[in-house]
Design a protein around this ligand. Structure first.
Ligand code: ADP
Length: 283
């Protein structure tokens, strides 16, 4: 049974050959993805890709098999953050993702084009189709958590992802300087429409810690993520500081060397939330 059956009123008496559910592709038959989590933000630069990457790293360290689907096609940063050099392979059943040093499976347009600096000048529907193929045509194999790094906003690609992929949970990344409330409300509406659970809100760049006196300096103003989350009835996953070490390691493709108890805590909360849904394989 596919996850799209779960919302069907006939699922209990169904033989499993429903014409409205598309046949699985060869790549999907070879994949067992247990949890799909989409990471979204209202605008670029708030640390969505960094959060996706670190969440993947922490989940991987917890012993889970993790994949990242880079749906931020026009601004793909995941391969660079992980320092990936190789290109995605192809075999008779589909596309083979590239593995990070720590074993995280990653697919991104930048792992398919000859030159990673080439701009993507495609229109929305073409990009959406490509992202769908990252789901249908990639041999993901056995994955406990597939994280989807969505482009910022609630445009074509996020809608297409929510419509065509069995997204179990949403994580929203905000920073104190953005209009968090509006973004959070839009994301909640989206989660409700597509029956995804809101796993929670991460507030990135909330403060910087003085390396000498350890005083917290809230350079973008007072963080309000916790109140936003509470006001909108969604879980608050936590606050992250601006850490120059994270920027440096990400810029050098060494994000897997970054350790943060704060990210580990966020990852544990995400695991807890995902376990509250009925266990089932998505593909
Ligand atoms: P987005 O995906 O939202 O566009 P990125 O994750 O690419 O944002 O982050 C934008 C820049 O900010 C990157 O250079 C990244 O390394 C840096 N950055 C993100 N979060 C932090 C943080 N908590 N501390 C330090 N630098 C950060």
């Amino acid at each position: 049974m596919s996850s799209s059956c779960s919302s069907c009123s006939s699922s209990s008496s169904c033989s499993g050959s429903c014409p409205s559910v598309p046949e699985l592709t060869e790549a999907q038959k070879l994949s067992k993805v247990k949890n799909v989590i989409a990471i979204m933000s209202g605008k670029g630069g708030v640390g969505k890709s960094s959060t996706t990457s670190m969440l993947a790293v922490s989940l991987n360290r917890l012993g889970y098999r993790v994949g990242i689907l880079d749906a931020d096609v026009t601004g793909p940063s995941i391969p660079k953050i992980f320092g990936l050099k190789g290109k995605a392979g192809a075999e008779e059943h589909g596309i083979i993702p590239v593995k990070s040093d720590g074993g995280i499976k990653i697919i991104s347009l930048n792992l398919m084009i000859p030159n990673e600096d080439d701009p993507v000048i495609w229109r929305g529907p073409v990009i959406s189709q490509l992202v769908k193929q990252f789901w249908t045509d990639v041999v993901w194999g056995e994955i406990d958590y597939l994280l989807i790094d969505l482009p910022p906003g609630t445009g074509d690609v996020p809608i297409s992802v929510m419509q065509s992929m069995p997204v179990d949970g949403l994580v929203i990344v905000t920073s104190p300087q953005q209009l968090a409330n509006m973004v959070v409300r839009k994301a909640i509406k989206m989660a409700n429409i597509y029956k995804a659970t809101f796993y929670g809100l991460v507030e990135n760049m909330a403060y910087v810690e003085c390396p000498d006196c350890k005083k917290r300096i809230e350079i973008f103003g007072k963080p309000a993520g916790e109140q936003e989350a509470a006001a909108n009835g969604i879980p608050y996953l936590g606050q992250l500081p601006i850490d120059p070490k994270l920027t440096e390691l990400s810029d050098n493709g060494k994000v897997e060397e970054y350790h943060s108890a704060l990210f580990d805590d966020i990852a544990s909360k995400v695991v807890m939330r995902s376990q509250q849904k009925a266990p089932q394989e998505t593909v």
